[in-house]
Ligand binder design. Structure first.
Ligand SMILES: [Zn+2]
Ligand SMILES: [Zn+2]
Length: 190
């Protein structure tokens, strides 16, 4: 028998040379084994190994996706929605029935900063935005008006939309949205 360390807690344990030759990880208990395999740090590491950070801030999921284009992540033989996993890993608990929605409109993005918790109503609003875009209605150089400007400010203040998402919704450039929000244009609109 040889003395080696538990891969999770570092406790000294005895294993035969045969066992040592067969594996590189050892555990003092089932509890340590489970923690090693499914503990938050392990899950986070595995989660991060499947994303690709983009220059626009989105973390694109490179793993399995479902038919709707949402990333899927397996924990303990269950498949979970990646953006929900991301929320749990980085933000904490997720009450049942609460939706995790995207500020950025990129379905397989899992950047916690691009996510927010919403109600079913928010989810419907979100689908309407997506539906409008998927119908392919394109207004070349769509113009803003005072009503739109007020809505833009309200959307941004709600912290549920990134500038890029607002820009896509109004079919204008992101720069146009930035200028509105920074008070460079449309200053006279209350
Ligand atoms: Zn241990
Ligand atoms: Zn994103």
């Amino acid at each position: 028998m040889q003395l080696i360390l538990c891969s999770q807690c570092g406790l000294q344990i005895h294993r035969s040379p045969y066992q040592i030759a067969r594996s590189s990880i050892f555990f003092c208990s089932n509890k340590c084994h489970t923690l090693y395999k499914y503990g938050p740090e392990t899950i986070k590491k595995r989660f991060l190994s499947k994303i690709e950070k983009q220059s626009d801030g989105c973390w694109l999921w490179k793993g399995v996706k479902n038919r709707k284009g949402y990333g899927q992540f397996g924990i303990d033989s269950k498949m979970l929605s990646c953006h929900r996993v991301s929320w749990k890993l980085y933000r904490g608990e997720l009450p049942a029935g609460v939706h995790v929605l995207h500020k950025c409109d990129v379905r397989n993005c899992v950047n916690p900063d691009h996510l927010f918790l919403g109600t079913n109503k928010d989810n419907v609003i979100d689908s309407v935005h997506k539906g409008r875009r998927s119908q392919g209605i394109q207004h070349f150089r769509a113009k803003l008006n005072p009503d739109k400007v007020r809505t833009i400010r309200k959307m941004f203040r709600s912290d549920k939309f990134l500038k890029i998402k607002i820009a896509r919704h109004f079919e204008v450039a992101v720069g146009t949205i930035k200028a509105v929000l920074d008070g460079i244009t449309w200053k006279h609109v209350e």
